[in-house]
Design a protein around this ligand. Structure first.
Ligand SMILES: [Fe+2]
Length: 251
């Protein structure tokens, strides 16, 4: 069997302009550094890094510059998409050139990785604008001979946490309707919810990944932090369309 495409999924690092800054008691710069260090010390190198939004907390260029500094020399493509805390214009500017890619599609062997923007101004929830939905439909229609993994920031299915489900993907129905029409969508992965989950819906693997900083308490009706450490996810994409995945917590 051929070697799978290995994606290192990191999300919600919430960097600041100043490295000493903390968010909810956590130095987010330190935890991103520790996360990358542990993940990249593992025996099998990834083929790409996928970062699904909230790269910065304070919408500063300096925050994106720092993300760039930490990931530019890893000899890996770094795929990025925005979350509700991002400034997509700035983000796209700083992360425009290879090894970075801002949204769009990336191809690895039989797999297409589709990265969508769910950013909506003045809303912590997400929305897929018509052009994103058109891009999704068009790209899925033209990639039917392979397999697709879709990445976005906001959850397209409920997490069972009242406050978090109030800031979900607002037009998830439209998104899922398109996905349901294309049997080669194999997986959907997101950030935003700062917790791990892994389930299946109509044969599609649905995964959320912990933040590289603080986590939210699963199933909580109100905002509450979890005691879990930073985390990341491995996603192995096999040529037959199957997915192996696991979450690793940072020690
Ligand atoms: Fe978010």
């Amino acid at each position: 069997m051929s070697t799978p495409v290995r994606i290192l999924h990191i999300t919600d690092p919430h960097l600041h302009a100043h490295r000493e800054a903390r968010m909810r008691g956590v130095n987010t710069d330190d935890t991103l550094v520790a996360t990358l260090k542990q993940a990249l010390a593992e025996p099998r190198r990834p083929d790409a890094i996928l970062a699904t939004g909230d790269l910065v907390q304070d919408e500063t260029r300096a925050g994106y510059d720092r993300f760039r500094e930490l990931t530019v020399n890893l000899d890996l493509p770094v795929y990025c998409l925005p979350g509700n805390h991002d400034a997509p214009g700035l983000m796209r500017e700083v992360l425009a050139e290879p090894p970075f890619q801002f949204c769009g599609v990336a191809r690895h062997g039989a797999w297409s990785l589709l990265m969508l923007s769910t950013f909506a101004s003045n809303d912590d929830g997400g929305f897929l604008a018509p052009r994103e939905l058109e891009f999704l439909e068009r790209t899925l229609a033209s990639s039917q001979s392979g397999h697709c993994l879709i990445a976005l920031h906001h959850q397209p299915v409920p997490m069972g946490s009242r406050w978090l489900d109030g800031v979900a993907l607002r037009n998830a129905d439209e998104f899922l309707t398109i996905c349901d029409r294309h049997a080669h969508v194999r997986g959907i992965v997101w950030g935003h919810v700062h917790q791990a989950s892994d389930r299946e819906r109509q044969g599609v693997r649905l995964m959320s990944t912990p933040s590289t900083c603080a986590q939210f308490k699963p199933a909580s009706d109100h905002f509450a932090l979890d005691t879990r450490p930073p985390g990341y996810r491995w996603i192995d994409l096999h040529a037959d369309g199957s997915i192996d995945t696991s979450v690793v917590w940072v020690e």
